[in-house]
Structures are given as structure tokens and as C-alpha cells.
Design a protein around this ligand. Structure first.
Ligand SMILES: [Zn+2]
Length: 414
């Protein structure tokens, strides 16, 4: 067992919504977990093999992103595709996923929940990451997303119709090893000939998927945008609603009854709005123009009502990848959804861990949790944009990426 004491850091604590000065974090690099943490000096009984001085550094849990598509190539849309029936090969998608994994970890993203991957590639990528064959965040998988025949995401998803087909499909996906079930419950932006308000799966189909997933301890994430679809999915018991363009008072009530978590993916809309003119097809960008204000107002309403928000970007959509976009999504929550910087940090850490049902081991810096964290030289509670800048990244207690210039790093041995 090798233990490293990261000492003298300002460490983020979601319980006080701030960084606490002069903290140490002792990690066991064999288990990857935190074995001691506190203020000042380490207790005499705690074994320390190596001490690393973190003076001047702000340390927070690694960024978690609850909504990514590691195999999706955003330039496909830029190239004027008519719908999402894309023709990328398994090899192309796999290599692209490996690149995205590396981008993510180098930008401080230590855990992703992938919610729709062509060819079930995320299942294999997860195995490769766990065995150390590739660099990247830990992965919660969904395999291919479920959609109705001809529905949203049908290009790379699995088409199912009716309760029987849904039960069989969900059981098959779980047999293949997915951690989460992704359902396309309404239409969406990046497919022609449908709108975000269209209901696609009916409530019985959604409820059947939820029952099957929950029986095996798996979660369900629902792509839902229009008002009716959001209510239907929440009533049917999905764990997270993704996007949610039209949250009203009744929806808030349903969320509270069912413990539903909202994953906003604001950058997916914002990036198309901001950068997509003349590149993203008109039929797609027009849907963004019609819905972006409603979407942002919807997230403001949910956050203000105390509905738990878990950060997700929809990485894989146009101008929305695996680099600084996760940190930028947090900035959008501050600038456009009325959150404090600390609340925005919580969406990407403890709230994500809870939404993904892994809060026993992730989402905060405390004893028994995995030592996945990032270090910065400025305080993100003062300016949330700091998280988009230079940072060092630690996974299972060891440094996996250096973003802070070497001259700013001091190292002493105990
Ligand atoms: Zn998505």
C-alpha cells in the first residue's frame, strides 16, 4: 500500500457550499480511495508514504457529466445531414470515443454517464478504461438508446414498439451489460420531421422499461423535451429527465413526488444557437430558436423550486464536445439559470453521484470515496469560469493530467 498525503489545500465541501482552507487528503493508491481527510496535520496513526504540498490550490471533486454521447460526431450535422441516420463505421466511432475519453479526463471530467452510443461501443470502452488500456473518465453505460420505430435517435438506437418489445429490449440491453437505460420519450432537435413536443413512447412503454430496469437495480434516463412528455416520463418513474423544455407547476409537483432529477444540457441548445448559423441544418437550428428561451426558463424554475439538477452537456452535439464544455455548462447554470457557483459545482459532483446512484463512492472528498479530484489555482466559488481554465487532474489518488504550469507546483517528501 502506498499512501499519499495531499496537504495544505483548500478543499470544496458541499455541506458548507465553499472551499475550506488548510485541508489534507490522504489517499491509498492501491484502492484509489481516500483514507483520511481533515484540517491541519494528519493524525499520528495515519500511515503516510509521500506528502505533496498543495499550497495555493483549490481542490474539488472531479467533474461528473450525466449526459454524454462519446461516439457521436458533431461534424456530421455540420455537413448538412438530413436526419440522424449517420453512416459512420464502427471503427470510426470507436476511435472517436477513445479521443473523447482522453479529452474528457484532460479537462477534469472523471466520470461520465453515456446515454446513447452507436454499436454499444460504450460498453467496451468502459472495460478498456477499467483495465487501464485507455485513458479517460470512469463510464456509466447505456449502450444504444431505445426509440420508437423512426423516432428520435433511431439511426444508432434500438427501435422498439409496445410493452412486450420494450421488456425484451431492456432485458437484452441489461444482459449485454448496460448500467442505465436511455429512452427517447419525445421528439427532439437533431432529427428532421419531428418536434420536441411530439410524444414518441407512451406511458405504458416507459413504465415497462422502468420496472424492468429497477428490478435489476439499474437507472432510467429519459430524453424528454415538451411539457406532456416530461410529465409522462416522470409519472412513469424514470430517474432522470434530460433537457426538459417546458417545466410548469404541475411538473414540479410530479418531480417532487417521484424524486426526479433534471439533467439540463443547456450547452447543447446554446452552442447551436450561438455557433450553428449556416452550419447546423436550418430545420434543426430553427427548433433551437423556438425553444431555447422556454428551455432556460424551465431550468430556472426547476432550480428555484429545489428540484435536484445533475450536470449534463449532451456532448456529441454540434460545437459541444468533451473538452471545456462540461465546465462551461456550469457557467451557464450561474449565468442563465440563477445558481450560485457552489450550487453549480454541486450539480457536477454530489448531485450527479446521487442521480447515478454512486454517491457512496463518488461526488465529494471524504473518507471512503474514490480520490477523483481536480486542483486549480483560483477559487471557482468566486468565478465559476475558473474551472474551464488550467487544472491538474487526479484519478484514484494519482495525477493523470497536469494543466497547471510546472513552476507553480512544489513537491516535498515527508
Ligand atoms: Zn443526448
Amino acid at each position: 500500500m502506498t499512501t499519499i498525503n495531499y496537504t495544505n489545500a483548500a478543499v470544496y465541501n458541499h455541506r458548507v457550499q465553499d472551499f475550506e482552507a488548510n485541508h489534507y487528503i490522504v489517499v491509498d493508491t492501491e484502492t484509489g480511495k481516500i483514507v483520511a481527510t481533515g484540517t491541519g496535520f494528519v493524525d499520528a496513526g495515519v500511515q503516510v508514504d509521500e506528502t505533496i504540498d498543495m499550497e495555493g490550490k483549490y481542490v474539488m471533486p472531479g467533474i461528473m457529466n450525466a449526459h454524454t454521447h462519446m461516439t457521436s460526431v458533431p461534424t456530421y450535422w455540420v455537413n448538412g445531414g438530413e436526419d440522424d441516420e449517420h453512416g459512420d463505421s464502427r471503427e470510426f466511432n470507436t476511435m472517436y470515443a477513445i479521443k473523447n475519453m482522453e479529452d474528457a479526463i484532460n479537462n477534469g471530467v472523471t466520470y461520465i454517464r453515456n446515454v446513447g452510443a452507436a454499436y454499444n461501443i460504450d460498453i467496451e470502452i468502459k472495460k478498456m478504461q477499467e483495465s487501464g488500456m485507455i485513458k479517460g473518465p470512469k463510464v456509466m453505460t447505456s449502450g444504444r438508446a431505445f426509440t420508437m420505430t423512426g423516432g428520435h435517435g433511431s439511426g444508432s438506437g434500438i427501435e422498439v414498439d409496445g410493452v412486450e418489445a420494450m421488456i425484451h429490449g431492456v432485458r437484452t440491453a441489461m444482459k449485454k451489460g448496460v448500467d442505465n437505460i436511455k429512452l427517447m420519450v419525445t421528439g427532439g432537435v437533431l432529427k428532421n420531421g419531428e418536434t420536441p413536443d411530439d410524444i414518441q413512447f407512451n406511458e405504458d412503454e416507459v413504465a415497462a422499461a422502468v420496472t424492468e430496469a429497477h428490478h435489476k437495480g439499474k437507472t432510467v434516463a429519459a430524453h424528454v423535451q415538451g411539457a406532456q412528455g416530461v410529465k409522462e416520463a416522470a409519472r412513469a418513474g424514470v430517474d432522470t429527465v434530460e433537457h426538459a423544455f417546458n417545466i410548469d407547476d404541475e411538473t414540479i409537483q410530479i418531480f417532487k413526488e417521484h424524486g426526479t432529477v433534471v439533467v439540463p444540457t443547456m450547452n447543447a441548445m446554446y452552442a447551436i444557437y450561438e455557433y450553428g448559423e449556416k452550419t447546423v441544418p436550418e430545420w434543426a437550428r430553427n427548433k433551437v430558436i423556438v425553444n431555447i428561451k422556454k428551455h432556460f426558463a424551465s431550468i430556472i424554475k426547476a432550480a428555484a423550486a429545489g428540484v435536484p439538477i445533475a450536470m449534463g452537456t449532451d456532448a456529441g452535439t454540434p460545437y459541444n464536445g468533451f473538452e471545456s464544455e462540461s465546465a462551461y455548462e456550469m457557467q451557464l447554470y450561474v449565468d442563465k439559470a440563477g445558481m450560485t457557483p457552489a450550487q453549480a459545482i454541486d450539480t457536477a459532483t454530489i448531485n450527479c453521484a446521487r442521480a447515478m446512484h454512486i454517491e457512496q463512492e463518488y461526488g465529494e472528498i471524504s473518507i471512503g470515496k474514490y480520490a477523483d479530484f481536480i486542483a486549480m489555482t483560483e477559487d471557482p466559488c468566486e468565478d465559476i469560469a475558473v474551472i474551464q481554465g488550467e487544472k491538474d487532474v487526479y484519478q484514484n489518488g494519482v495525477n493523470v493530467h497536469r494543466g497547471i504550469p510546472q513552476e507553480k507546483i512544489s513537491k516535498v517528501t515527508a
